[in-house]
Design a protein around this ligand. Sequence first.
Ligand code: SF4
Ligand code: SF4
Ligand code: FES
Length: 361
Amino acid sequence: MKVGLKIWRYDSKTGDRALREYEIDAPEEATLLDCLDIVKDRHDGTLAYRKSCRMMICGSCGMRMDGGAVLACKTRMYEMAEAGHVPVISAMGNLPIVRDLVVDMEPFWGKIRAVDPFLQPRYDQATETENVVSRERMEVIHKESLCIMCGCCVSECNSMESDPDFLGPAALAKGMRFVGDARDGATIERLERYSEEHGIWDCTRCYFCQERCPKGVDPRDAIAKLGAEAMKNGIDRDMGARHAKWFVTSAKTTGWLRETELVPKTQGMIASIREVKFALGLARHGKVPPPFPPHVAAEVNESRALYDRVKEQDRPGALGIVQGEKALMHLAHQAEGSEGAYGKGGDYPTPYLPEKEEESA
Ligand code: SF4
Ligand code: SF4
Ligand code: FES
C-alpha cells in the first residue's frame, strides 16, 4: 500500500524546523513505526525517532499523530492509507524536543523519581512465607501496574502545559500503584506529599491522559483514587479537597450545588472576603442565589438516597472509585471472539488483519 506521512523535522542545535512529506510503499499490516523504519531505511536516513521492542512493551515509541499521542508500534496505517489521509507526525508534547520525534525524557523521569516509585515495606524483616495480598486489594492497583512509562499521557496533559511542575498523570499513577499496595508502609507520607501544590488536586480532570494512554492505565482514575485515599485519611487541607467535599455536602443536603457557599467553604472566610466585590457583581446580574432559605431540589430525596446507598456499600477511599472498566478493553490482548474496543461502537478503528480479508474473500 502507498502511505503518505508529513513529519515535523526539528534540530534543537540550529532551531531549524520543517514539515517534510514522504510517500512510501509499505506492507498492508504496517504500523506507523514500520513506516518510519521504511522512511529511514530507504528515503531519509537522517530521520530521528526512538524504538526498541516494536510490541507495545518498552514505551520508547511515543509520538504524536494528528495532534494526539500514540505508540507508533501500536498504530496500524491500513485504514488511513486506504482513506487517502496523510497524517502529521510530530514529537510528544510537554517535553523538550531533542531532534525530530525524539524528546528529552528527563523531566518525565524526574517526576517519576519524585513519587518514590518503589515499595517501602510495612514489615521490618522478611517472613518465612509470602505476604499474600487479596485479589480485591490487587484489583485496586491492577491498571496502574500496566504502565510502560511511554509518556503519552504526559504529552496531552493540560495541567502540565500550564504548570510544568505538576507531577502529572504518569507519576501520580505510579504513586497510586504504591499507595494502593497493601504491602507498602509509607501510605500516609506518600499521600501527604502527593497532596501538596503541583500534586493530586492540580489536575483539571480533562481526561486526555485517560483517552491517550495506550495501555489502559487510566491515570485520571488513579488520581481520583489518590484523592479518595487522601480524604479517607483526613488529608484534606488543599482547596481541591475542600471543594470536592463541599460538592458532596451540597448534593446530599439540597440536591443542588450550593454555589454561594462554595467559595467560603473552599477558600476559607478570609480569602473569600477578597472576592466580595466580584460576588456583588455576580449578584447584581442575578447569578448568586440567596443562601437562605437554601434552594432545595424537588427530587432531593433521590440524591439523598444515592448518598445513603454509597455509604451502605462501605467502600471508603480508592475502593469507592468507580472504574472506567472500558479501559481494560483497550488492551491489545483480548478474549478470543471479542471485538472489545475495536469496530462498531468501539473507540478505535478495526485493525487490519490479513486473515479477515481471506475469510471474507
Ligand atoms: S485528567 Fe488531569 S492528569 Fe490527566 S491529562 Fe487532564 S489534567 Fe492531566
Ligand atoms: S500511564 Fe499510560 S500513557 Fe502514561 S506513561 Fe503509563 S502507559 Fe504511558
Ligand atoms: S517500540 Fe516499544 S513500545 Fe513501541
